[in-house]
Design a protein around this ligand. Structure first.
Ligand code: SAH
Ligand code: SF4
Length: 359
């Protein structure tokens, strides 16, 4: 039987579990120190934890439930990992290098049911949610990769922007956030964490109410219902007006800035009119929004979409700026590898299937 990942337990959950199994609560501090500071990969390496406790942990949990299937390194230092889960499913994790630190993009589900028309992740419907442990373990595996390179580098930023809709796996995602911000463990600064959603309105309210001080990004991609429904079918369930109400609530409740993501698709949503409409949408929230203009990563299966021309991108950006909107054009990473989110996984699955057929 597959064991659960020990990374899925919050500190208090582990302490309580140890207490219930006849061990002192302080063992939890020792175990967390081995997991997150010394970063061991096997229970036998926890030399100062007594034998009985080690055996008990080993019988009930696993430290490594993911195995590396593929690793691609780009010339700019971006590393894309494809991990195999215990049930054989594949997920993607990306390490990116920035001036301000190292960020990891994590996956939250095997596939995605939202099915946005431009996205490679939505090509394969959701098989299952990832557990909180499987999400934390992606970061640990990347950190182990850095530890092995012996450059003393540490993951400092997290973006929840890999495969899947994090708000469709809400509880595990919240547990995951609680685990990684804990100062006793990975201690990732909450302001260094961004969760991105396609706009599941009811969950935006719920997320604001958790009071977790992490950043929220909304994938808007169009300033009106007609266009947004064409690009993202989720807009039928949660149209722009409802999304704007939820954004207003989030800003008022948390007093934090919100990021709006806007992929620029050639001749689809990249005209000056849309830039003006977008600026008007946020007219009364100028100080509280930041718009990220994202260059589209073409996906073979979605050949109806192309990347916007550089002049259109700059004109769109200028229009927003002229209207007083904070915005930037997102810097790209790993363009010489399968950079689009979910693309490496879908290609690998096709390739693996091909192998099985040809054998
Ligand atoms: N499901 C969540 C988080 C994962 S997608 C969401 O949709 O927000 C993370 C971001 O990558 C989203 O803004 C998404 O729209 C964007 N994205 C997806 N496919 C892309 C592509 N081919 N090129 C550029 N951005 C893409
Ligand atoms: Fe899912 Fe996000 Fe891709 Fe849409 S953009 S299909 S919500 S992963």
């Amino acid at each position: 039987m597959n064991k659960n990942s020990i990374y899925g337990l919050t500190f208090n959950q582990l302490a309580t579990w140890l207490l219930e199994h006849g061990h002192k609560k302080h063992r939890a501090s020792q175990v967390w120190d081995y997991l997150y500071r010394k970063r061991v990969t096997d229970f036998s390496m926890m030399t100062e934890v007594n034998k009985e406790c080690k055996t008990l942990l080993e019988e009930n949990f696993a430290i490594q439930t993911l195995s590396q299937h593929v690793k691609q390194e780009a010339s700019d230092g971006t590393v894309k990992f494809l991990f195999k889960l215990q049930d054989g499913n594949l997920i993607e994790t990306v390490l990116m290098r920035h001036k301000y630190g190292l960020s990891v993009c994590v996956t939250t589900q095997v596939g995605c049911n939202i099915g946005c028309s431009f996205c490679a992740s939505g090509l394969l419907t959701k098989t299952r949610d990832l557990s909180s442990g499987e999400i934390v373990e992606q970061i640990m595996n990347v950190q182990h990769h850095l530890d092995n390179a012996k450059q003393e580098e540490k993951v400092s930023h997290i973006v929840v922007m890999g495969i899947g809709e994090p708000f469709d796996n809400f509880e595990n995602m919240v547990d995951f956030l609680q685990i990684i911000i804990d100062p006793k463990g990975l201690s990732i600064g909450s302001r260094h964490i961004t969760v991105s959603t396609s706009g599941i309105v009811n969950k935006i309210y719920e997320f604001a109410d958790t009071n977790l001080p992490v950043n929220l990004a909304i994938s808007l991609h169009a300033p009106n219902n007609e266009l947004r429904t064409k690009i993202m079918k989720i807009n039928r369930a949660f149209p722009v007006e409802q999304l704007m109400d939820a954004i207003k609530y989030y800003i008022e409740k948390t007093n934090r800035r919100i990021t709006i993501e806007y992929i620029l698709l050639k001749d689809v949503n990249d005209h000056i009119e849309e830039a003006k409409e977008l600026a008007a949408l946020f007219e009364d929230k100028k100080k509280k929004v930041y718009i990220n203009l994202i260059p589209y990563n073409p996906v073979d299966e979605h050949s109806q979409y192309q990347r916007s021309a550089q002049e259109s991108v700059l004109a769109f950006y200028d229009t927003l700026k002229k209207n007083g909107i904070n915005c930037k054009i997102r810097q790209e990473h790993g363009t010489d590898i399968d950079a689009a989110c979910g693309q490496l996984r879908s290609k690998q699955i096709k390739q693996d299937k091909g192998k099985t057929v040809n054998q």
